[in-house]
Design a protein around this ligand. Structure first.
Ligand code: B3K
Ligand code: ZN
Length: 867
């Protein structure tokens, strides 16, 4: 294993040339593709050599101002073309290269997926298509001509507007696309193949008629209405909230089966993983429908936050990703429920980003260096990045924040910007009416550079005579790899007091800027202190360290007016219960109190929108509990989850049974209506099935053949932990019903791989050989291998068999698809938190992986795991 050299933020220099225009000609043949490009170059620093990137390209010819270059005029090795002598004035470089997309399994650059050719260029895929600087700060106007056989590739798409269509001989044709907006190469896209089109229209606020086109494989047309409706909602929302309109006459979305991630925001030609396009209530769960809506929105919102204003270099990735996640979170909150969305996002942050921050791959929102940029498309860049923007909005208030957004767009439209540019623009907009900012901007910027999750420790004293609660806060961020010393950050801490009748007095926003802070909250004089509702709406992405007695948690759970804090109180109790059970020291008093509180909530449910209740009842994630246990014992935690689920099913059976009756009315309502009821049904099934209720097991089995995918999957989730005939029957029914729909069958693969059984490893090996398993589809790989890592008892078997198996699989995937493999390698990132016996076997698996020939991507992750 050899690691690649690091790229450093401190080394940034603008490119030595400008590249105002590119004309590309892509000639598609049945076994290869020829790409010629004309790059209009203008030296910025005359005398410097021209260096371009190119990977897996066979150069056929190069010419400068029509004079062919000879082999001694340039060198081409290690992915770099260097031409030492180039003109000092503007000139045109013409390049012609041959490439083979048909055997490109990395799914980067141009590649074949089924009969379709499509591209993925972010971050550095364009260099696999044509010789180019391939850096985000080089913006050009693109014209792209695509030529191919008419029969195999009737559809030829690229960015911008189609400006010409030609017939070329008997069976060939060509389409030329022109994109009037200068863009970097990572936003280039091309699609060629036989696709069916679904067309719709949108008229923008200023009257532009936009043609919306979705392109899918034949037979998938009936499953596109949800994606199309989501796109229109996104366009409308960005106009009404940010005053940002779409800027071209067409917007295309293509669904592709083989795709490394969710979707890609290429200018006017979004390419999507087909699982994020094809969906209706029968084929997708409510959660998947919401996710599709939010990803469609995310990619659409990138048209401004990412495309019109792009990133100067890849260290600025969170400039577009953090901001766009923040925007899509607000969109979903506005369309559905602000409280539920916040709860979902915090649960996800705690279980993924906090976990990343606590392990060997921890890094700042703005890293200072990297080896493989693809490894930095992380939850820290995305979700923590979004939290930083949310904090700015909390600190400034929504109106001043929006003024800042206006300044940002106006100042940087058409350019490649930095996160400092963004923060400064927000500050300038917020202070434009002369008001002071209200916090130290430089301190706030530390959030971008400092990795790790801050710990906010809280102490308080109650004065019964004056009714004042003095709250003392202390912040500290634990060391992360390469960053031993941490500085205090700006933390917006929203607080209130909660008595029996609800909130006492107004909410306070404490802006904490130093290591320590203190605040006095006014309550009612008396002997019993009110409960402290802290970090309301999760006002900062931190761990709170606060001793809260059972009574106080129950009070918050019962009377806090902030739904996030009510949920958080229930979570805190559930964490206590699960941890204590995992340590074999159950806490009967906490268990009884939590059960009683949940029972009251369930009984109070009147059949309204049940999403709040479903969120309140949900158990904390495994990763959150791992963060609180030392050493981590995954098997004991898994046992605790199972035993507690069963216990809740037993204790709450009466109210859960009534809940089932009450929610039945929601089963057939069309999403988003009825989703709360369906979520509650699934939850009641799971708990009651775990408690051995056979009628519930039978009801769940019936749902697998029913019209709602949400209920079918809810039913399977309830049956999956049970090693019973009903489970096998349900899984077989699901398989038979959906075996011809790969997107849905992936869910079957994932469930099958995660089902507890004595021969789970053997079963997973069979799944990898299954005739319908597609080893080239990242979705299938993630389903089976990701499903296996969720199979706690099998993956964490103490003989190390699960770890060794994963190491082997990751190395095998790496030889075909480094991006997917390096993500998977992070399954070993908790290693240091286990006990010695487990650490030893996991280390052996990591070493086994490290001994294989690895891609630069996977080598970088493995190197972090081993240092
Ligand atoms: N910008 C893309 C992600 C690209 C990942 C490259 N390895 C999708 C998104 O965040 O919208
Ligand atoms: Zn994005």
């Amino acid at each position: 294993m050899t690691a690649a050299a690091s790229i450093r933020l401190a080394d940034y220099t603008p490119w030595a040339f400008e590249l105002p225009a590119i004309a590309l000609n892509v000639n598609i043949h049945s076994d290869h593709v020829v790409v010629t490009s004309r790059l209009s170059l203008e030296p910025r620093r005359p005398g410097e050599p021209l260096v371009l990137c190119g990977i897996d390209l066979a150069i056929e010819s190069l010419a400068i101002d029509q004079t062919p270059l000879q082999s001694e005029d340039y060198s081409f090795n290690d992915g770099r073309l260097t031409i030492p002598d180039v003109p000092g004035q503007p000139f045109v470089l013409e390049t012609c290269c041959r490439l083979d997309p048909y055997s490109n399994s990395s799914l980067e650059g141009l590649y074949a997926s089924g009969g379709l050719l499509s591209t993925q260029c972010e971050a550095e895929g364009f260099r696999r298509i044509s010789l180019h600087p391939d850096r985000p700060d080089v913006l050009s106007r693109w014209q792209v001509r695509i030529e191919a056989n008419r029969s195999s590739c009737p559809v030829l798409l690229s960015n911008g507007n189609a400006v010409r269509e030609e017939s070329v001989g008997a069976d060939r044709h060509a389409v030329t696309w022109d994109d009037p907006f200068p863009k970097p190469s990572y936003l280039f896209a091309l699609v060629a193949g036989d696709l069916r089109e679904i067309r719709d229209h949108y008229t923008t606020a200023s009257g532009r008629q936009v043609t919306l086109r979705l392109h899918v494989e034949e037979g998938d047309e009936p499953f596109t209405a949800h994606a199309m409706a989501s796109l229109k909602r996104s366009m409308q929302w960005d106009e009404s909230v940010y005053n940002l309109e779409y800027d071209l006459d067409e917007y295309n979305i293509v669904a592709v089966r083989h795709f490394n991630m969710g979707a890609m925001e290429n200018k006017s030609l979004n390419i999507f993983n087909s699982k994020l396009v094809l969906a209706d209530a029968e084929t997708a769960t409510d959660a998947e429908l919401e996710r599709i809506e939010s990803v469609i929105a995310h990619e659409y919102f990138h048209n401004w936050s990412g495309n019109r204003i792009t990133c100067r270099d890849w260290f600025q990735l969170s400039l577009k990703e953090g901001l766009t996640v923040f925007r899509d979170q607000c969109f979903t909150a506005a369309l559905h429920s602000e409280a539920v969305k916040r709860i979902e996002d915090v649960a996800m942050l705690r279980n993924t980003q906090f976990r990343e921050d606590a392990g060997p791959t921890a890094h700042p929102v703005k890293p200072a260096e990297y080896q493989a940029i693809d490894n930095f498309y992380t939850t820290t860049i995305y979700e923590k990045g979004a939290e930083l923007i949310r904090m700015l909005r909390t600190l400034l208030g929504p109106e001043r924040f929006m003024k800042g957004m206006e300044v940002y767009v106006q100042r940087f439209d058409g350019t490649a910007a930095t996160t400092e540019d963004f923060v400064q623009a927000i500050a300038d907009g917020a202070t434009s009416q002369g008001e002071p900012l209200g916090f130290d901007l430089d301190r706030f910027k530390r959030w971008y550079h400092q990795a790790g999750t801050p710990e906010l420790s809280i102490d308080r004293q109650w004065n019964p005579e004056s009714g004042e609660l003095t709250v003392d806060l202390h912040q500290a961020t634990p060391p992360t790899p390469g960053q031993a010393d941490k500085q205090p950050l700006v933390l917006p801490v929203a607080m209130a007091l909660v008595g029996k009748q609800g909130r006492v007095g107004e909410e306070q926003l404490l802006v904490m800027e130093a290591e320590r802070a203190s605040i006095t909250l006014q309550g009612q004089p008396g002997d019993t202190p009110p409960a402290l509702s802290v970090l309301r709406r999760f006002s900062a992405p931190v761990h709170v360290r606060l001793e809260q007695p059972l009574e106080e948690c129950l009070q918050l759970l019962a009377s806090d007016d902030d739904p996030f804090c009510r949920w958080d109180a229930a979570q805190r109790l559930a964490r206590q219960v699960l941890l204590a059970r995992a340590e074999n020291q159950p806490k009967p008093a906490v268990e009884a109190a939590l059960i009683q509180a949940l029972d009251q909530r369930i009984c109070a449910y009147d059949g309204g929108d049940g999403m709040d209740l479903a969120a309140l009842l949900a158990l904390p994630g495994m990763a959150e509990l791992e963060a609180l246990q030392s050493p981590v014992d995954p098997l004991a935690l898994d046992q605790a989850f199972r035993a507690w689920t069963q216990e809740m099913g037993v204790q709450l059976q009466t109210s859960l049974r009534s809940l089932l009756e009450l929610t039945r009315a929601d089963w057939t309502l069309a999403w988003p209506a009825g989703q709360g009821g369906r979520a509650l049904t699934a939850l009641a099934w799971r708990w009651l099935a775990a408690a051995g209720h056979t009628t519930v097991q039978a009801e769940a089995l019936a749902a697998v053949s029913g019209p709602s995918m949400t209920l079918a999957r809810g039913a399977l989730r309830a049956l999956l932990p049970l090693e019973r005939a009903e489970r096998e029957q349900a899984m077989a029914l699901f398989y038979e019903r959906w075996k011809d729909k790969p997107v849905i069958l992936d869910a079957w693969f994932a469930m099958e791989a995660s089902a507890p059984r004595s021969n789970a490893l053997e079963r997973v090996q069979q799944l990898l050989e299954h005739p319908r398993f597609d080893p080239l589809a990242p979705n299938s790989l993630r389903a089976v291998l990701g499903g296996f890592t969720a199979n706690v008892q099998a993956f964490h078997a103490i003989d190390g068999s699960g770890y060794r198996f994963m190491a082997e699989q990751i190395a095998a995937v790496d030889s075909r698809n480094p991006i997917t493999a390096s993500r998977m390698a992070k399954v070993f990132s908790r290693c240091a938190s286990y006990g010695p016996e487990r650490q030893k076997v996991m280390r052996e698996a990591i070493d086994q992986l490290a001994s294989k020939p690895l891609s630069a991507n996977t080598a970088e992750v493995v190197q972090l795991l081993t240092t």
